[in-house]
Design a protein. Structure first.
Length: 275
């Protein structure tokens, strides 16, 4: 989590308008069989979006070198889709851990770090979620993809499809705004999605390493562990909670202990700074 926050701070200005994002969006013209020489050509065609300091795009592994235009279109669409999922996942991680153990949510049976939540939810939840995903994906296919029985080859999107544009705007936020503002909002969504993909990777990685909830873990690592012997005490308390008969209550005790450690760490830091 700490790594993710640092990355977000460094990249916070990425969605600000640059020379290539202040104008209206270009309508990409995609022709299957034709190629882009590199990612810069795809950016110039309006298919891929670059942002400062990579206004001509970033392709460290050369995936866009001599790429088919239809394939580049699919890559651009997949990037936006993954960014949207990552934004939801990042939000879900933070909210899920704050309400875990609550009686209104799965009868308080879902506890612990977010990476372990999905194993604890009942099968009915997964059935409903699967039906929802199937419905969404079916609509995406109808809106953006060519009929595989008619298209020249499989996995071709419609030539006039703008990556990420599925006509979904239930609140009408895009109504009545200029093309320039719409292009700016699209760029902001894309950059936020890129940051979210990095952030969720950091969140998952941190929980896999230390096995703690995100925000309480940061309190302990950043403040509580400054107290003499605090690190060993928190580790012992965490170990005692594992596989306890009432793990939810033990987890609450652990949260209270680490919050207390964070407060004491803050007081100790303040005293040091005032001397």
């Amino acid at each position: 989590m700490t790594l993710a926050i640092r990355v977000l701070r460094v990249c916070a200005s990425a969605s600000r308008p640059t020379a290539k994002t202040t104008t209206t969006d270009k309508k990409p013209v995609v022709t299957a069989g034709k190629t882009f020489a590199d990612i810069s050509a795809a950016v110039d065609a309006g298919l891929v979006k670059g942002c400062a300091p990579f206004e001509d795009g970033l392709d460290a592994f050369g995936f866009f070198n001599d790429i088919d235009q239809a394939e580049a279109q699919r890559y651009a669409d997949v990037e936006i889709t993954h960014g949207r999922i990552a934004m939801l996942a990042s939000l879900g991680f933070l909210i899920g851990e704050q309400v875990e153990g609550s009686s209104f949510l799965f009868d308080a049976n879902v506890t612990g770090p977010a990476i372990n939540h999905f194993q604890q939810v009942p099968g009915l939840f997964w059935g409903l979620l699967g039906a929802f995903v199937l419905t969404v994906e079916a609509n995406r296919v109808q809106a953006a993809w060519q009929d595989p029985f008619v298209a020249d080859r499989l996995f071709l999107q419609k030539a006039d499809h703008i990556p990420g544009d599925y006509g979904f705007d239930p609140l009408g936020l895009g109504d009545g705004i200029s093309e320039e503002d719409l292009a700016r909002h699209r760029m902001g969504e894309l950059n936020n999605g890129r940051l979210a993909m990095i952030a969720i990777s950091g969140m998952v990685g941190q929980e896999l390493v230390n096995g703690l909830n995100l925000l309480p873990a940061d309190d302990v690592m950043g403040l509580g562990f400054r107290l003499p012997g605090a690190q060993m005490g928190f580790q012992k308390l965490e170990e005692a909670c594992r596989d306890a008969p009432n793990e939810a209550e033990c987890a609450k005790a652990f949260d209270a202990a680490e919050r207390g450690g964070a407060v004491m760490g803050s007081l100790l830091t303040s005293l040091i700074h005032t001397q």
